[in-house]
Design a protein around this ligand. Sequence first.
Ligand code: SAM
Length: 385
Amino acid sequence: MGVPDQYRGREQTYFKHRLLEAYLERLFMIVGHHEQTICYVDCFAGPWEEQGDDLGDTSIARSLNIIKKCRGGLRKIGKNVQFRALFVEQKSKSFHKLQDYLSSRKDDGIDTQALNGSFHELIPEIFKWCGPHGFVFFFIDPKGWKNAVELPTLAPLLRRPDSEFLINFMYDFLSRTVPQAKFQDDMWNIFGVIPDDQGKSPEQREAYLLSLYRNNLKQVLPVGGKKPRTACVKVLKPTKDRTLYHLVYLTRHHKGIVVFMEASYKLELVQKRARAVAKQDERFQRSRQMEMFAAAEHVSGERVGRDLVDVEEYWLKNLKDKPERYGMEKLADMQEETGWFESDFQEAFGELTRKGLVKNLDGTPKRRSKFVHFNDDERLAKVTL
Ligand SMILES: C[S@@+](CC[C@H](N)C(=O)[O-])C[C@H]1O[C@@H](n2cnc3c(N)ncnc32)[C@H](O)[C@@H]1O
């Protein structure tokens, strides 16, 4: 499926919305089994760069559509979950559009509210709206980083138990800001240190800054909650092979990491196709030459940016001679540490099994792609030669 016309020229937003939808749908259906109320807070709501009055290309409409769908799905299985959604927007013109839109959706059965003002100043009010208990998902999608993604800004929310976050980490802006002396205090607030990126290649620098930020987020512990975990997805510029931003996800549940990685895995191809089309459009604009084939047709599902040998080495480094159980929590640990998908671990484990270097004591020889059933806590070990 191609990119809808409203998203042409801003394919990164399409990808962001698809990821948000895919993850929210899985999350709400899981959480809805045990929570009576689910809250969703869009802290930088917009509407922003919308192409039509139906706001169909905004996170506002798309999140509400998912909430409506999950509410219906949960009711069908006897779970009468109350969904509440809060949208925060600073710009008054956008705020009025937002309010009108929310009024037009009164019949969805979702308790919605909009707040006008600056996110960081409204945090006490957001907190009050959420209440101290119950599940809340915070979507933090600013245009920059100031008063948005720094730790002192986010800490009060991060301390709230039973909360998850999806944060747009604007790498493109930030990476230009890091070297500037006048922003040192801000860098301290974002990374917890003044980053020392001397001598690093662009890739190493990106990985370094992202891991500093993720680790810093994890320093804020929720009251009485479990240790925070993070995962992230890289969003590239539509027509350049450079990172625009990372969507950093923070949860306290290992299952959250696994589900988030599944959602991003399914969307990898969506991003690749969207970028292939954007690049083709750009070539056409430059040369006015139509190309014979639609760009998206050539996009394969092959993984880029991951070497199977590295995954194999990771397995060999971590497996012991004595069998150990590998369950979902272990998978989440591995994904959090490496950023690799479950399919990467499966493929590498299959390869190592063929080479006779590892074994799954609970596996069967018939398995062709899922060599480890993490759901079943299977026993894995290195083969001693
Ligand atoms: C990147 S856009 C959000 C896009 C939206 N989440 C989406 O995906 O459709 C950021 C929005 O935040 C608003 N904004 C900027 N600074 C803000 C602040 N300090 N507090 C709240 N909203 C702010 C902007 O007016 C803009 O509508």
